[in-house]
Design a protein. Structure first.
Length: 300
């Protein structure tokens, strides 16, 4: 699975101080408008004002840990290992920075995850790296050109769509002991799979169609997920298929979306809170920004 073919042009100036000081990544850049007006003085007592309805979030029903600690981070921190200046986490060392590791959720995966990353997929754009921070004991990230010679590749599931890809409920649990995903654009991911004989020896697996909530525009359609979404859903379906009674999922892998939800909410807040200013890219679906009520629609 991959993230997207191209980024939304508007996200390139969205936020300051997101990841590296070397180059601002285009995945998310934060620029909250200062001096927002307090509308409370405009409301008159006794008048029947329309109550603002809190926008719905696609993550409301998930058991994702509180991420308020991320809002306390105001500047970059030097990674203790690689000495790079980063924010929230280091996307080279996959270590938490600016806060204690205990303040960030940890997940133990039922089977290890290998991420094969295309060299041209920028670290600052890669959502797959979230999994390497959250499930740091079970996730390995490899450059495409540096894939190791996996022992028994046929015992790995390759998460990639195709006519020969099966759903987990069609695959015996004892037939595999790890999962592999591809991180890059869909074009890059296809090339990696076609030109890597080792990957072709793996069992292909696919997941049920779902709607992406990725903020970056892509031309492939709304059922083409960001890599971290695909990773989350394959482990969710793993739980439903092999671990829980009658497919009753209990939220055990929801924290794989911990950083993803935080960045999603950041983007939503940026565009909802500004009255007249930057508009979200017109190329994305029209209802992507979840406004509080119909009156806010004019701000799209």
């Amino acid at each position: 699975m991959s993230d997207t073919e191209q980024s939304a042009s508007t996200t390139e100036t969205e936020a300051k101080d997101f990841f590296s000081s070397e180059k601002e990544p285009s995945s998310i850049k934060r620029s909250f408008s200062e001096g927002e007006k307090d509308n409370s003085n405009e409301q008159h007592a006794g008048e029947n004002e329309t109550k603002r309805i809190k926008p719905t979030s696609p993550f409301n029903d998930l058991k994702i840990s509180d991420d308020s600690v991320l809002n306390t981070v105001k500047q970059r921190t030097t990674c203790a290992q690689c000495k790079k200046s980063v924010k929230y986490f280091c996307y080279r060392c996959f270590s938490v920075v600016g806060m204690d590791r205990s303040e960030i959720p940890y997940i133990k995966l039922p089977v290890p995850l290998n991420v094969i990353k295309h060299e041209r997929e920028l670290d600052g754009k890669s959502t797959a790296l979230h999994s390497a921070v959250i499930a740091n004991d079970d996730v390995k990230v490899y450059s495409w050109q540096e894939i190791p010679e996996f022992q028994q590749p046929e015992r790995s599931l390759l998460l990639f769509p195709g006519d020969d890809a099966k759903r987990l409920d069609e695959i015996p649990r004892e037939s595999f002991d790890r999962i592999t995903v591809i991180d890059g654009t869909w074009k890059q991911a296809g090339k990696i799979v076609r030109e890597t004989p080792l990957l072709q020896r793996m069992q292909k697996v696919t997941i049920a169609p779902r709607k992406t909530h990725f903020w970056r525009y892509q031309q492939m359609g709304e059922n083409h997920l960001a890599t971290i979404e695909a990773i989350y859903y394959i482990y969710r379906e793993f739980a439903e298929t092999y671990e829980t009674k009658e497919g009753c999922y209990d939220g055990r892998y929801d924290n794989l979306l911990f950083y993803y939800r935080f960045f999603y909410n950041m983007i939503q807040d940026v565009y909802r809170n500004q009255k007249k200013g930057k508009k979200f890219t017109h190329r994305h679906r029209s209802d992507y920004i979840q406004y509080a009520n119909d009156n806010d629609e004019e701000n799209k």
